[in-house]
Design a protein around this ligand. Structure first.
Ligand code: GLY
Ligand code: MN
Ligand code: MN
Length: 461
């Protein structure tokens, strides 16, 4: 394993702790599904970011002087016969670049000693059930030794504050993995689109799960460990259900299919949505709505660059969609007024009710503050026209090179009075992953096309 990148990250954290600080980072627990079957194991992203180590039952302890100590599962031939290879504490320093390693069975005995004479203990707040009380137990042991001259840490600090800022700007190692995850996911989308058209041409009974199987095939053939989130394969009206999953509904010629799916590769997520005609040919109303969503995405892409705000792509999207809703008759000018009124009154919310993006990284909705840290005190208030609530706004995050976000506008048309029937039940989303650059952004998911003609062409193939 390339240990340098993780060692550099640990050194950055150590500097943030201060010379007398100490940080405790557990990995994720194993989660039983039933009896002796567990859910598929997934490490904790913070822990993996600092170690590259994906075994369960492991902890990392960092001190302000730059020392790292790993607690991990001990070698155990019987357990390894059942559950697989364990690195073990003896091999951990050479393999992971940590300075010391112990069996995880020694955690309760060793941690109070490591906490002695430190001024602050840092750990991720509100991530791991029970961690706060575990830390409390170790601190109680240190306090029991104060009459022998031991000092007990007086501050508890949230390590997420440090790690979220680091994870928000991706390094070269991370960007390489995210580009590869995106390439695999793009191939999976192409494969699912082509399978849909081919199976319908062959007169087969096509179901959402068939297309899900095509995605999964390409993910695993590309070396991905698992989907980065539950894949959405939504045929026809199901596309209007935002958190739909790949189920068993028929995929019918003449209807659209919305697929929101991305693989995870070596701990990094990709997140792509494409909407395509099941049989490879857009109808007129489908194409009209699709072109509107695509135009709104282009506006959002143009608004994504270093120095812009996180909210800028969303605002650009809403402007285009709101105008389009009026032009296509989804909204009645006589009732809602002009484009500024549609935005001001949030009338567009009837058809576009989510944000245009989120941070992407190890987690699909990745960590990182959406508020600009240097402007946190600048609070403005506004009354939300739909809920009537008073909302406190803080200036949104200024984008910097190396930040990665999704750009995912959509339109979801449920039947309602005054909504032209030709658009009923059409749900469209187009989602790409963007790396912020100095002058703009790089879309890393465009190996699967978005232009309607290009989608039709590849589905003929
Ligand atoms: N796939 C989750 C999302 O797009 O946010
Ligand atoms: Mn997304
Ligand atoms: Mn998505």
């Amino acid at each position: 394993m390339n240990t340098t990148v993780h060692a550099e990250r640990r050194a950055r954290v150590a500097r943030a702790l201060g010379p007398q600080g100490i940080a405790i980072v557990p990995t994720a627990p194993e989660r039983p599904r039933n009896r002796d079957s567990d859910h598929l194991y997934r490490h904790d992203s913070y822990f993996y970011y600092l170690t590259g180590f994906s075994e369960p039952n492991a902890w990392l302890v960092l001190t302000g002087d730059g020392q790292s100590t790993l607690f991990c599962q001990p070698k155990d031939l019987e357990r390894e016969i059942w559950d697989g290879y364990r690195l073990g504490p003896e091999a951990a320093p050479a393999s992971l670049g940590v300075q010391a390693a112990h069996s995880v069975a020694e955690l309760d005995a060793v941690l109070p000693k490591l906490l002695e004479n430190r001024d602050a203990v840092w750990y991720p707040f509100a991530i791991h059930d029970g961690l706060e009380s575990q830390v409390g137990g170790w601190l109680a042991k240190v306090r029991g030794r104060v009459r022998y001259g031991a000092l007990c840490p007086q501050d508890q600090r949230d390590l997420c504050a440090v790690l979220d800022e680091m994870r928000l700007v991706k390094d070269a190692h991370e960007l390489a993995l995210m580009r590869e995850a995106s390439r695999i996911s793009a191939r999976a989308h192409v494969r699912a689109m082509q399978a849909s058209a081919r199976m319908l041409r062959e007169g087969r009974d096509v179901r959402e799960y068939h297309l899900d199987a095509e995605l999964m095939h390409e993910f695993r053939m590309g070396g991905s460990q698992a989907p980065a989130y539950g894949s959405i394969v939504a045929a026809g009206p199901n596309a209007c259900v935002l958190h739909y999953r790949a189920d068993k509904a028929p995929v019918r010629a003449g209807e659209l299919v919305l697929i929101d799916a991305g693989c995870e590769l070596d701990g990094y997520a990709s997140d792509i949505t494409r909407t395509f005609p099941a049989d490879g040919r857009f109808t007129g109303p489908q194409r009209a709505l699709y072109e509107l969503v695509l135009a709104s995405q282009e506006a959002a892409v143009a608004a994504t660059r270093s120095g812009a705000r996180f909210n800028d792509p969303h605002d650009a999207t809403v402007k285009v969609l709101a105008q389009g809703m009026l032009d296509l008759g989804l909204l009645d000018r006589g009732k809602v007024g002009g484009v500024d009124d549609v935005i001001e009154q949030r009338a567009y919310f009837q058809f576009y009710m989510h944000r245009t993006g989120h941070w992407l990284g190890m987690d699909v909705h990745d960590c990182g503050s959406y508020v600009e840290p240097t402007e946190v005190g600048q609070v403005s208030e506004r009354k939300d026209p739909l809920s009537g609530e008073t909302i406190k706004n803080r200036p949104s995050r200024i984008l910097r090179p190396g930040m990665v976000l999704t750009i995912e506008p959509g339109l979801y048309v449920r039947p309602a009075d005054g909504v032209p029937e030709q658009f009923h039940h059409i749900g469209i989303r187009i989602e790409d992953d963007a790396v912020v650059t100095e002058g703009g952004c790089e879309l890393i998911t465009r190996d699967v096309p978005v232009a309607p003609d290009a989608i039709e062409a590849l589905m003929r193939g």
